[in-house]
Design a protein around this ligand. Structure first.
Ligand code: ZN
Length: 341
């Protein structure tokens, strides 16, 4: 696969993942007030063939044609992947490891999970029924990651941001040895929870998005628009990486400056800088890994064997500043973000 095509697709699929979710992230209260009656929900579940009582493992299906078309249109040839018994067990364990709110919301909103071989990016969450306020989702995952652990997979993803030719520097991510799918499912599952509960704001007629953003403690002062940083973070090193629109693959010699810059922000990872939705998915997943599972999350720059720089998101005051917002994902009852949660 040509690198240019690959990078273009990564960027377009990130954007597609956002646009498929239709920017319909209303405030929690509005979502609740607009939510279809239980009869309409029953009808939606029936129309799209989702039984909320069905085990997650029974929701492994072939990838929807619309998702496959997106890849083939970009010149890729993904193929449906039939899971082996061992792979199914890996997926089942990853679902079981999700926190309770994710389990509950995914039961009611995840129509299917699909696996593709030869998929360029890691995963994609897509909306099934964009016109209804009660949303269903499909998650599509690159099957190869079922054989990677989280550190190997995150290292590979981070290395795609830098050119290393002629340098003795290298980058790696240390995040323990759990299966990569545990991280990936938590990340994609957060997109489903975000979309289903309307956790992050969207453009609403007659109301500037910035007004909704100001009222949302997770993104206030961090994002002005879904993909536009708040002023303090604009035009910094962070705006130049390949995870940003218009960004590019940088020289590994710039990596230290990138993570130094990241360390002065509340983002949990470089990928979290791609959009406010990725920010939430990354922040929560890394919070869960480091603070709940007590696993490491260290982005390390090595010069040959020697560690020359380490980035650990929750070690800084800035990084920890939004931890209070994570409480809702572990609460017994659902509510939106609140400033004093
Ligand atoms: Zn994502």
């Amino acid at each position: 696969m040509q690198r240019q095509n690959f990078l273009r697709l990564i960027i377009s699929s990130t954007l597609l993942s956002i646009s498929l979710m239709s920017f319909c992230f209303n405030s929690m209260a509005q979502t609740t007030s607009k939510i279809d009656s239980s009869r309409q929900v029953t009808q939606i579940l029936h129309t799209y063939g989702l039984n909320p009582a069905s085990p997650f493992i029974s929701r492994i299906r072939e990838t929807p044609a619309s998702v496959v078309k997106m890849f083939t249109d970009a010149g890729m040839s993904p193929r449906n992947h039939e899971l082996t018994a061992e792979e199914r067990l890996t997926v089942e364990k990853a679902f079981a490891a999700l926190p309770p709110l994710h389990q509950r919301i995914l039961k009611e909103h995840l129509r299917s999970i699909n696996f593709l071989d030869n998929m360029p990016n890691t995963a994609l969450t897509s909306t099934v029924n964009g016109k209804d306020s009660y949303r269903l989702y499909d998650i599509t995952v690159r099957a190869e990651i079922l054989h990677q652990n989280v550190s190997d997979w995150l290292t590979e993803k981070e290395r795609n941001c830098y050119k290393t030719q002629g340098s003795s520097l290298s980058i790696s991510v240390e995040a323990g040895t759990l299966d990569a799918i545990v991280y990936v499912l938590m990340h994609e599952g957060t997109h489903v929870v975000d979309g289903a509960l309307g956790l992050l704001p969207v453009n609403e007629p007659g109301r500037k998005l910035s007004e909704s953003s100001t009222a949302n403690p997770f993104i206030s002062g961090v994002w002005s628009e879904p993909t536009l940083f708040a002023p303090p973070y604009r035009n910094t090193m962070l705006d130049s990486t390949r995870f940003r629109q218009g960004g590019k693959v940088l020289s590994i010699n710039q990596a230290e400056a990138v993570y130094e810059s990241l360390g002065k922000t509340p983002f949990a990872s470089l990928y979290g800088t791609s959009s406010q939705h990725e920010d939430l998915a990354e922040y929560l997943t890394i919070y869960h890994f480091t603070q709940k599972l007590k696993l490491p999350f260290r982005v390390i720059i090595h010069n040959k064997e020697k560690e020359v720089f380490v980035y650990e998101p929750f070690k800084s005051k800035q990084g920890r500043s939004r931890i209070k917002c994570m409480k809702l994902f572990y609460a017994h009852s659902e509510h939106g973000f609140s400033a004093d949660s």
